[in-house]
Design a protein around this ligand. Structure first.
Ligand code: ATP
Length: 216
């Protein structure tokens, strides 16, 4: 099976995340996309604003009844800082081809991730451009980044729209998804200022935030 892994803080999950999951699932014919909220985000200085319990609950309600999308508590159950390398390692199985999904902004910091070189032997990468990052210029930018920070770990496949890793048989694909300029930061700020977040997050999530008094 072709399994998509989509990790994040999801603080809270929003329509940008969800739309991207759906489009990537269709584009790359993934049987399932697993959304995995992290326990402690190693990359966010101030940690998450909402508790792990609340973030997981919101991911669960956001994907409920959506065939092909699933919430996983594996990183939360694991505890401690969540490292993608450990998650991808734990998911290895001969029956699965794993596709790790992330935004371009996250990809361009991947050399700071734990054991980043090994990541590229554990999964294909699906790098999704955020609204303002589409275009060819970004491909050159990415190529430069890979050369400079990832020790030339991958090379572009001419006309293929993807990079080929040098020492494994994995690929790094780039794709654009519908431009939705929404961030969890913006949502937290809006809630904090008493503004509406209608249509930025699923209704169930919006109601949960209200009910639990999150982000005030
Ligand atoms: P924050 O604003 O708190 O930093 P975020 O909205 O960026 O949060 P994360 O949970 O940190 O959300 O992101 C998880 C993943 O989703 C990352 O790979 C990020 O690049 C991607 N992502 C976040 N928002 C969008 C969006 N609107 N469209 C496409 N990808 C997104």
């Amino acid at each position: 099976m072709r399994l998509g892994i989509y990790g994040g803080t999801f603080d809270p999950i929003h329509i940008g995340h969800l739309r991207m999951a759906v489009e990537v699932q269709e584009k790359f014919s993934l049987d399932k996309v697993m959304l995995i909220p992290c326990n402690t985000p190693p990359h966010k200085e101030n940690g998450a604003a909402a508790s792990t319990r609340d973030r997981l609950a919101m991911v669960r309600m956001a994907v409920e009844g959506r065939a092909g999308l699933e919430a996983s508590d594996m990183e939360i159950r694991q505890g401690g800082p969540s490292y993608t390398v450990a998650t991808l390692e734990a998911l290895q199985s001969p029956e699965r081809e794993i596709f790790f999904i992330l935004g371009l902004d996250a990809f361009l910091e991947i050399h700071t991730w734990r054991e980043y070189e090994r990541l590229f032997s554990l999964a294909h990468f699906l790098v999704l451009a955020r609204p303002w990052q589409g275009g060819r210029a970004e491909m050159f930018h990415v190529e430069h980044y890979i050369r400079k920070n990832l020790a030339g770990l991958a090379v572009p496949e001419p006309d293929g729209g993807y990079f080929r890793t040098m020492h494994t048989n994995k690929r790094i694909y780039f794709a654009q998804t519908t431009a939705l300029d929404i961030s969890a930061t913006h949502i937290r700020k809006a809630v904090n200022q008493g503004k509406s977040i209608a249509f930025l997050a699923p209704e169930s999530v919006e109601e949960y935030i209200k009910r639990q008094g999150l982000y005030l």
